[in-house]
Design a protein around this ligand. Structure first.
Ligand SMILES: Nc1ncnc2c1ncn2[C@@H]1O[C@H](COP(=O)(O)OP(=O)(O)OP(=O)(O)O)[C@@H](O)[C@H]1O
Length: 602
């Protein structure tokens, strides 16, 4: 009777009941049951790939069961310490910084973190705490990882192979410490290990095989039951005996009604102290990633210089070939623009007006004698345009303006524009049309007619105002917009993929971080980077390269629009990180789509 009462009083910290879980067609749990008593060490043993790590993650609530029930007696994540099988730590932080990060996630004070670090350092013989995680050995990294899971003094410890890569002496010390913790502090420890014999020191061992705990109990009881000296031979015997049963289980796998397990994972509430810890950690990580820094800070600057040197400035010294059968170009200086074109003694020559206009607008004019030769030279990129003025150009035009009855098509200007470069072609087309407009205004300026009523009813202007005269001036704005969109998306995808792929995010989540807090911390860094990137591009384009700018709605709206664009880029980066499976793949998606957007926007 007394024994029954005692058994009822024993509390279980972890209970797994009839758990089923599949990965695709692979049944990992086939109705698994497991009980971990409060204040005990549970050694979970089993062959590689049998599902031990999956079971631990299901217990923690980071993986869902297909059906079954898991009861973990923990009020919050702070009650639980988890050491994953992989490192899942930032390798560019020092050991001390790693402790600081996890300590602040658990709201520990600086002095508390330091004291705990000293204590764990002595216990686990950690390397110099100022060493970077990527400078220490695999075994040392695992000890740091183990120490992190003990940092906040949790009640329940879930440790996935904590003794791998640890020398036998230290392993002995770790088990002694486990026993002490369980006895003195009533902690509950569940541990997986490949060293079966070390599990002898557990209060209870469970052998997992083919989705079931096939044997569970104190090690001594198991040794007696199978009549062996070692756990290893006991489990060997058990595996041989279990074969027919496994076959039966495999054939009758059934997924029962799903029962939602209790979860200790944090809700979506944003806590400022965690955002601060993430900000500090991400700042440290980013400031040490020189390739990322180059991509995010130096590359936009270099690319803006590159762009401005290539096309982002008003075009200068473009060479136009012309053949003027109306007048010798040198005689154009005698052409009097202050006369009305209809005066009988007017010596105003229209071709001169056009050529002077182009010359004043930074074109280099080269007079040629042979039309065919100069057109052929355009194909060799010697000239970007060829203009031909026929002999009777001015008289035909005068007639046309006067009565509009007749115009000799042979009297038109012939223009052959380059097809090599769309920017040049656009610019010349606009400038030649402008010169014609200018021509008509000039021709009629001194006459009694109102020039506006006769001039081409068209005024060239762009969205950006009158100062922005060239196509290149407009395109630089687009380039800055691309900088604002592209680089934040690359940053977001890089940092999110590192968090996701290296398991850093899931480990931080076991310390309470939620996805919103992570996004918020990356968002803050992105905004600072965005301001740096766009202001440097702005400075280079508009101050150093003197591209005229017209900010129609004020600087505030301009900066706000750039910020909005950058934030959209940031969201696009996050979305890409969700669908992408590698960091490089994510960057490819961003680069490919941004290129298309940029070209389409031109
Ligand atoms: N994300 C996943 N997708 C598909 N299958 C998976 C996934 N994770 C694990 N598995 C499969 O589930 C099974 C159990 O894996 P798990 O990592 O839990 O085994 P384990 O017992 O911890 O192995 P080890 O002792 O080698 O660490 C394996 O067959 C593995 O291939």
């Amino acid at each position: 009777m007394e024994q029954i009462v005692n058994e009822e009083n024993i509390k279980n910290d972890i209970t797994v009941t009839n758990a089923f879980k599949k990965y695709g067609q692979n049944n990992v749990f086939n109705g698994l049951n497991m009980t971990v008593k409060s204040g005990s060490i549970y050694g979970l043993l089993g062959p590689s790939g049998c599902g031990k790590s999956t079971l631990l993650q299901c217990i923690l609530g980071s993986l869902p069961l297909d059906s079954g029930y898991i009861d973990l007696q923990a009020k919050s994540l702070e009650d639980v310490g988890y050491m994953p099988q992989d490192l899942c730590l930032e390798v560019t932080l020092t050991i001390k910084e790693t402790f600081e990060y996890y300590g602040s996630l658990y709201r520990m004070s600086k002095i508390n973190i330091k004291n705990k670090l000293d204590e764990l350092n002595e216990f686990l013989k950690l390397p110099d705490i100022n060493s970077f995680m990527n400078e220490i050995s695999g075994g040392q990294s695992r000890r740091v990882s183990f120490a992190i899971s003990l940092l906040h003094n949790p009640k329940v410890m879930i440790l996935d192979e904590p003794t791998v890569g640890v020398d036998p002496l230290l392993r002995e010390g770790i088990w002694t410490e486990f026993t002490k913790m369980v006895k003195e502090q009533k902690k509950t420890i569940i541990i997986t290990t490949h060293y079966i014999e070390e599990a002898n020191k557990s209060d209870c061992v469970g052998l997992m095989r083919n989705g079931l705990i096939v044997e569970e109990g104190p090690p001594q009881d198991i040794l007696v039951k199978y009549g062996t000296d070692t756990l290893e031979s006991a489990f060997l015997m058990l595996c041989c005996n279990q074969r027919p049963i496994i076959k039966k289980v495999n054939n009758t796998v059934q997924v029962e009604e799903k029962i939602q397990p209790k979860t200790i994972m944090e809700s979506g509430n944003v806590h400022l102290y965690r955002v601060k810890a993430l900000l500090k950690k991400n700042y440290r990580v980013c400031s040490r990633d020189y390739l990322l820094l180059f991509t995010l800070i130096l590359l936009p600057i270099l690319q803006t210089f590159n762009f401005c040197f290539a096309i982002g400035v008003p075009f200068k010294d473009m060479t136009i070939a012309f053949k003027n059968d109306e007048i010798n170009f040198l005689d154009c200086q005698y052409s009097n623009v202050n006369q009305c074109i209809f005066d009988e003694n007017s010596n105003l020559t229209m071709s001169c007006v056009i050529l002077n206009y182009l010359s004043l607008h930074d074109y280099v004019l080269v007079e040629v004698q042979d039309r065919e030769v100069s057109e052929a030279s355009m194909n060799h990129k010697k000239y970007i345009a060829f203009l031909y003025f026929p002999k009777n150009y001015t008289s035909a035009l005068t007639k046309y303006i006067n009565d509009r009855q007749y115009y000799d098509l042979e009297s038109r200007i012939f223009a052959h524009l380059t097809n090599e470069n769309i920017l040049f072609k656009n610019q010349i087309s606009i400038d030649v049309l402008r010169s014609l407009n200018h021509l008509i205004m000039e021709a009629l300026n001194s006459c009694s007619n109102n020039p506006i009523s006769i001039s081409v009813p068209l005024e060239f202007n762009t969205l950006y105002g009158k100062e922005v005269i060239s196509f290149a001036n407009g395109i630089i704005t687009l380039f800055i917009a691309m900088v604002a969109f592209y680089f934040p998306s690359v940053f977001a995808v890089s940092i999110m993929m590192s968090e996701k792929m290296d398991g850093i995010l899931s480990r931080s989540m076991f310390a309470g971080v939620n996805i919103l807090e992570l996004i918020l911390s990356i968002f803050c860094i992105t905004t600072v980077l965005l301001l740096l990137q766009t202001s440097s591009s702005y400075f280079i384009s508009y101050v150093l390269f003197l591209n005229p700018i017209k900010i129609t709605n004020g600087m505030f709206v301009y900066v706000l629009l750039l910020l909005l664009l950058g934030w959209i880029g940031f969201l696009f980066g996050l979305l890409t990180a969700v669908i992408s499976t590698t960091k490089l793949g994510g960057v490819y998606i961003i680069t490919g789509s941004s290129m298309t957007q940029f070209i389409l926007s031109v």
